[in-house]
Design a protein around this ligand. Sequence first.
Ligand code: NAD
Length: 462
Amino acid sequence: MKAYDGMYIGGAWRPAAGQDVIEVVNPVDEQVIGTVPAGTAQDVDTAVRAARAALPEWAATPPAERAARLAALRDVLVARADEIAETVTAELGSPLKFSQAVHAAVPIAVAGSYAELAATYAFEEKTGNSVVHHEPVGVVAAITPWNYPLHQIVAKVAPALAAGCTIVVKPAEDTPLVARLFADAVHEAGIPAGVFNLVTGLGPVAGQALAEHPGVDLVSFTGSTVVGRHIAAIAAGQVKKVALELGGKSANVILPTADLAKAVNVGVANVMSNSGQTCSAWTRMLVHRDQYDEAVGLAAGAAAKYGERIGPVVNAKQQARVRGYIEKGVAEGARLVAGGPEAPREKGYFVSPTVFADVTPDMTIAQEEIFGPVLSILRYDDEEDALRIANGTVYGLAGAVWAGDEAEAVAFARRMETGQVDINGGRFNPLAPFGGYKQSGVGRELGVHGLAEYLQTKSLQF
Ligand code: NAD
């Protein structure tokens, strides 16, 4: 157990204003592994002032120099990749291999992509008799969740810094240690004091103070729909910009011509990955009625293999929440074909990989984000029915389509109300815009579209 001290503000670790701390728990064995300070409105104010003070110089720094700092940051992250993976494993509980392959590797790729974009982006363009300057939005507040704790920080910090913005990050309560490691990496990369600041703390205290702070120009939030709505309302009151990455209930549509076994196996793996704690997870599998029983059998078999392989969910509250959803699925008449609500181990916040068959579109488990290793398999009659079901939730973050012919899958994907669709198992692309249709959010992250979120335009006429 280590008592970590201080907030990273204005280029140094400074003592927190208050005495309160947050305990960080390892979800595998429920042991407290450390404490971090619980920031107050005063810490937030100090951090926002530091970010404001650093803004003019960083905004005026040539993009090539900002790119060089981001490249240095990427290099530090590469050098500390093992430490990143170990830290995420300790506070999130994900298996070490997954932490290395995803929790460390993806943010490295994203940091690298923004080092390149900062160097190549046209921050100035001509249209008619005007020159349009793309200028930084200003001071950014980033409020992030625990499920991909470093990725979600880097997906905001890297584009913000590339754009010339300065930033204050309030990471999730459950995963502040990798955020602290990141602050050290920023320092080591020589990013000027005040450009990046970190305040750990509780959502309703430090998060709220940050979202409300008048010195913040843009709030970028990733997390639950409930808190996202609340933050959007605060931002609306102050007419400040807001970007929201919220939940999902994404559909994995398996058309009759698809390779069924592959589509089901990849679909199950997608849901079980990170113990189901992925906003873009394909938690609804849609199968034609003629192939339904075969698909259910395949999915049950695939899920059984994950029993010992997946980590726990993040905390006791999340475990109770996921088990509650499984109980609700049973109560509403869905058929359990793998897993169930019982905890598979005595210690740790584990949930059994669970698969439900006979799920109908109106059931709670077909509508609400569960955020655990739970798959719902729904039956469709024809393509129009599949489309209605796929589009029949308030969310629209991601999805998948499988078909024998790529053009057939693309034609279906074009009709889906969602921000990303993987065609026949297409791979994650860190340059592709990521974000939601409908209540899955506002704005886009990653790549050039993610950079644009942190820029505003000024037109000069000649
Ligand atoms: P949350 O929305 O409560 O937390 C996300 C972040 O918001 C954290 O940093 C938290 O401290 C902060 N926060 C909380 N209340 C705040 C407030 N009033 N003002 C400002 N900031 C505040 O999410 P959670 O409780 O950790 O998870 C609950 C559910 O959210 C999950 O079960 C899942 O369904 C969903 N979720 C979605 C994502 C995603 O990537 N879209 C990520 C995590 C959780």
